[in-house]
Every structure is written in C-alpha cells, then in structure tokens.
Design a protein around this ligand. Sequence first.
Ligand code: PRP
Ligand code: URA
Length: 209
Amino acid sequence: MSNVMVFDHPLIQHKLSVLRDEKTSVKEFRELVSEIAKLMCYEATRDLPLEEVKVKTPVAEATCRRIAGKKLAIVPILRAGLGMVDGMVDMIPNAKVGHIGLFRDPETLEPVKYYFKMPPDIAERDVIIVDPMLATGGSAVAAATFIKETGVKHIKLMSIIGAPEGVQAMQAAHPDVDIFVAALDDHLNEHGYIVPGLGDAGDRIFGTK
Ligand code: PRP
Ligand code: URA
C-alpha cells in the first residue's frame, strides 16, 4: 500500500488557505500554485540519495554531500498540472519535463487522453506526476498507467488537494506510488468536485471561467 503524506507545514497551509478563497485573483492563484509546488517539492524529495564529495573551500577541504546522480522527470497532467511545473523546476533545475494531456469527460468523469510526450530517456528516470487536484483519481491513475507503459519504475504523485476517493483509487490501482498532498479534503460532490476544495483548478490558473 502506498504512503500518503499530508504536508502540514505552516507556510504551505497558509498559502493553501489563500488559494482556496474564491476572491483570490487569477494572478495570485497562479503564483500560489507555483509557490506551494516549490515547498512541496522540497519535502517530497527528502529521500533522494546523497553521495559524499570533497570540496575545497578557500579555507580547507570540506566533506560535503550531493544528490547522487538521480535522474528525475516532472510530468504535469494538463492543463492544471502546468501551474506546478515552474516551482518544481526551480528546485530541481536538471529535471526533464514530460507532458500528459487528460481531461475529465463531464458526464462520465472518465479521463480522456489527448497528448503524451515524454523525454526520450524517460524509462531511466524517476517521475513525479504533478496535478493540483486528485478528485476521483481517474486522471492520476491513467497518467501513472501510461507512464509505467514506457518502462518507468518509480513514480510519485504530488497534488495540492486530494479527496479520499482519489487516494483510494490510486492506492488500489498503483500501490507502489507514494502520494503527497497539502490537504486531504472531505468528499466529492455530485459533479466530482472536491469539497471544500478550491473549484476548477485549470480554470482558476488560466482564467478560463
Ligand atoms: C482536473 C484536474 C485533474 C482532474 C482531477 O482536470 O486538474 O487533472 O480534474 O479529477 P479526477 O481525479 O476526477 O480525474 P480537468 O479534467 O478539469 O482538466 P483541465 O486541467 O484541463 O481543466
Ligand atoms: N478538478 C478540479 O479542478 N477541481 C475539482 O474539485 C475536481 C477536479
């Protein structure tokens, strides 16, 4: 069974409270998504392996630790996941970025794939899927399935808000994928929206409503 980590860091929680507010502007919403992604990235990469290196400071030789050559890829689920990419890449500048386009059919809530482009060496990389919302879990489950088909062995999922339904769906379909969220909300409404949630993340990032 995969781990579910809820990041209760005060900075993340404070920013999330502003993000949820219906009065928050598109500009501020976009900035907050990126900032929260950056803070979550810091926590979610805590287990990256380190190796010892010797560094010559102006004073003496220091024994230091650097990330041990782990190759990473960030994969946003379009559209809303795009809002998290800048924050992630700020923290991991050498990460490559793949894109997966999925939208939820408004009637069936089933994910529909319309785009899939990964770095050529994706099978050698550890992947962090980013999408602000984990609602029914249909999109995240499908994204992890498509990414595994390329040969990727290690995947993490980072979402800002998760619903219990989505977490359960992910754990059932991909028990090997650890899930990171800033909040676990109460439930989904009859339209598949997370309650209390923040509304439609893609529309709020791109100002399409
Ligand atoms: C939203 C969100 C997730 C998905 C979550 O995308 O960004 O990708 O819904 O719902 P699920 O867990 O029930 O699959 P949406 O389909 O609205 O597309 P968009 O990002 O292009 O607006
Ligand atoms: N997608 C969103 O953008 N918001 C939700 O609450 C559920 C799915």
